[in-house]
Write a protein of this length. Structure first.
Length: 73
């Protein structure tokens, strides 16, 4: 049975931190950040649209009340 030891000089350690693997990890991080940014942006846009719809509904209710009061007067 072989005795495997982990040391900074071992091949496993050297392979895991090659510049190529570092670039792959940075590329994966970039993709994840872009996905998260897209999701957060979509949630922000949806929130703004909901807010605008609520404001429009409140404005319509106000206009209806003003018209009702004007008709009563």
């Amino acid at each position: 049975m072989k005795n495997y030891t982990f040391s900074p000089e071992s091949e496993l350690h050297q392979l895991s931190w090659t510049p190529f693997n570092r670039k792959r990890q940075q590329g994966a991080s970039l993709i994840m950040v872009l996905i998260v940014l897209t999701v957060v942006s979509l949630l922000g846009v949806a929130g703004i649209q909901i807010s605008m719809m609520s404001e429009r509904g409140a404005r319509n209710d106000r206009d209806q009340q003003i018209a009702w009061q004007a008709a009563e007067a």
